[in-house]
Ligand binder design. Structure first.
Ligand SMILES: [Ca+2]
Ligand SMILES: [Ca+2]
Length: 277
């Protein structure tokens, strides 16, 4: 039997991932349920009743948040709980991608008083870094957040006009000072993988590197598996960044370079609930 979330997910998928696709459709108990979930407040209602997707419980700790995916924090009995999230094919815009090679990603998150770190882990038998900086097909992952915390979420297709998203993207690229788009980094950011970017978008083909790069992180590949940590201050001074004053929606995407995946050719999951305590 379909769960409440699975039903919403199915309808969002069929109707292009719009959060409230059936506002005018009153023909079934499912649509009536969707109306009840959507009418009274988009993101806020979603956060309240958790109809927007699996909840990632953000574990609150008092210590530092390491970006090293091999740090004991991420691999101890006290590690934040991982949620196994299914990645869907990208069938909304061309070129569609009906068969992404990565179908599941484990997501966990931890915070302290000032910072948030998100860990992603997925099976990938190929470490594609050997393709090099100029390569078209790299191992990549990204998390995406709506800038606003009210109303209906932006389209899952990287937002829409006037409805911006903030994207934290990682690429497995070589450390190289000439890599495009990694300007304005602090010393701490230089300890990160060079393929970390803080980006904005308002729909496909609008991906823009921010002037204010606020995200750090590191990927680690071993035993046919990628582990990635992305970290940022809960609040920044950048008006184009999501601000984590409370729980937020989050989407996840993963690309496998060996499977010729790039841009919209990816596995995609969203909107999940990043639940801050
Ligand atoms: Ca790969
Ligand atoms: Ca920023």
């Amino acid at each position: 039997m379909l769960t409440k979330f699975k039903m919403i997910k199915l309808f969002r998928f069929i109707y292009g991932f719009k959060f409230c696709p059936l506002k005018t459709l009153l023909v079934s108990s499912v649509s009536i349920f969707l109306l009840s979930a959507c009418n009274s407040g988009g993101v806020e209602q979603c956060l309240k009743d958790e109809t927007c997707g699996p909840a990632i419980e953000v574990l609150r700790i008092s210590g530092d948040l390491p970006i090293d995916p091999t740090d004991p924090l991420w691999n101890s009995p006290n590690a934040p709980r991982q949620v196994r999230v299914e990645l869907e094919p990208q069938m909304i815009t061309n070129p569609k991608w009906p068969n992404p090679s990565i179908r599941f990603v484990n997501v966990s998150a931890v915070r302290n008083d000032t910072e948030l770190a998100i860990a992603l882990e997925w099976e990938d038998a190929t470490k594609d870094k050997s393709y090099g900086v100029s390569a078209m097909y790299l191992d990549m992952a990204a998390v995406m957040f709506p800038l606003k915390s009210q109303g209906e979420p932006p389209a899952i297709t990287m937002g829409n006009d006037g409805d911006m998203v903030n994207i934290w993207q990682w690429k497995d690229v070589q450390a190289n000072g000439n890599i495009m788009g990694f300007k304005n980094k602090s010393d701490s950011q230089r300890l990160s993988d060079p393929g970390i970017e803080d980006l904005n978008a308002e729909g496909f083909s609008t991906l823009t590197t921010q002037d204010h790069q606020d995200v750090t992180g590191k990927g680690f590949w071993a035993d046919n598996k990628w582990k990635l940590v992305l970290k940022r201050n809960l609040k920044t001074k950048d008006e184009n960044d999501v601000q984590f004053e409370k729980s937020s929606l989050m989407a996840v995407a993963v690309w496998n370079g060996s499977n010729k995946e790039r841009n919209g050719q990816k596995g995609l999951a969203g909107w999940l609930l990043l639940k801050l305590a």
